[in-house]
Ligand binder design. Structure first.
Ligand code: FES
Length: 305
């Protein structure tokens, strides 16, 4: 028979197993290959939309991180507040207004989400599709709630609102899993400064690098960099893994002072790593260079360590 601390540990283990089951169920969404026949054509359709510069606005390039998580604050906040007011006698008008505000505010959030989703890995897209279905259900239920309230059917409007909030909460749970567990939105180049010790690292001699072509080198044990010798002799060095989804920039096209990622077409300026075009919302870490007395090129990342 278990006593004291042993029983407490056992209870903690059992609780942790339950948590793992939930995470496992969410992980399993990314393995539903039956969604691929939907994801493929929808992804191509979204990527083919003639959005022009609006696409990068929706991606959040101007903001420095994805716009979608910012835009969802408005519908979630409005709908949650409406649910609170629905439970307060005499607060119907406020609840009705918040349901309408949340439903309208969901529209740009949906667009931004689809634009992000279209460039993701297959397992992320599968999870993202389930996330989108939950949220589409939420928007539909809230649109019904708004209509019912406008027709004076307050009880039905409340019931649809609570059902919509449930669907939105499930969608939010899946969206959190997609963002944090499956790493759909973060800057993939962020760890680079933390993987390097401060100081200078030796590469080759500048003349060893072919002009106008990207060359992959590795600093320390695990930080790949892109080295490009430009026509004027200047050598540019950027982190090699794309900040979007870790695409290999050394296999990208070099032209007009920029490198284009071969995976989804993000464009980075060689001189400072700035992300000129998305889907990357963050720049590439850019290395300082100097020549040693023996003609060997050295690089360092000022923010390393
Ligand atoms: S990995 Fe997507 S643009 Fe580079």
């Amino acid at each position: 028979m278990m006593r004291g601390p042993a029983r407490a540990v056992h209870a903690a283990c059992a609780a942790d197993k339950r948590c793992s089951s939930l995470a496992g169920a969410l992980d399993a969404l990314g393995e539903i290959k039956a969604l691929d026949p939907v994801a493929g054509p929808v992804g191509r359709a979204v990527r083919g939309l003639p959005l022009g510069p609006v696409r990068d606005v929706l991606r959040g390039r101007w903001l420095g991180h994805p716009l979608h998580p910012v835009l969802v604050q408005m519908p979630i906040g409005s709908w949650t507040s409406a649910a609170v007011l629905d439970a307060v006698p005499g607060a119907q008008r406020g609840a009705n207004l918040l349901v309408a505000v949340g439903t309208v505010a969901a529209v740009p959030a949906v667009f931004a989400g689809w634009v992000d989703w279209a460039d993701q890995y297959p397992h992320q897209q599968r999870t993202g599709l389930v996330h989108a279905v939950s949220n589409a259900l939420a928007v539909g239920l809230y649109a019904g709630s708004w209509t019912a309230r406008a027709r004076g059917r307050q009880c039905l409007g409340r019931a649809l609102g609570f059902a919509g909030l449930t669907a939105a909460s499930v969608g939010g749970l899946i969206g959190g899993h997609l963002a944090y567990r499956q790493s759909a939105g973060p800057n993939k180049a962020e760890p680079v400064p933390h993987l390097l010790k401060p100081g200078w690292y030796a590469l080759g001699r500048p003349e060893e690098y072919p002009e106008g072509q990207g060359v992959r080198e590795v600093l320390g044990d695990e930080v790949p960099v892109l080295v490009v010798r430009e026509a004027g002799g200047e050598v540019r060095v950027l982190a090699e893994r794309c900040s979007h989804l870790s695409g290999p920039l050394s296999q990208g096209e070099i032209a007009e002072g920029c490198v284009t990622c071969p995976w989804h077409g993000s464009v980075f300026r060689l001189s400072d790593g700035w992300n000129v075009r998305g889907p990357a919302t963050a720049p590439q870490p850019s290395f300082e260079t100097r020549l040693r007395e023996d003609g060997v090129l050295e690089v360092r990342l000022p923010e390393a360590g």
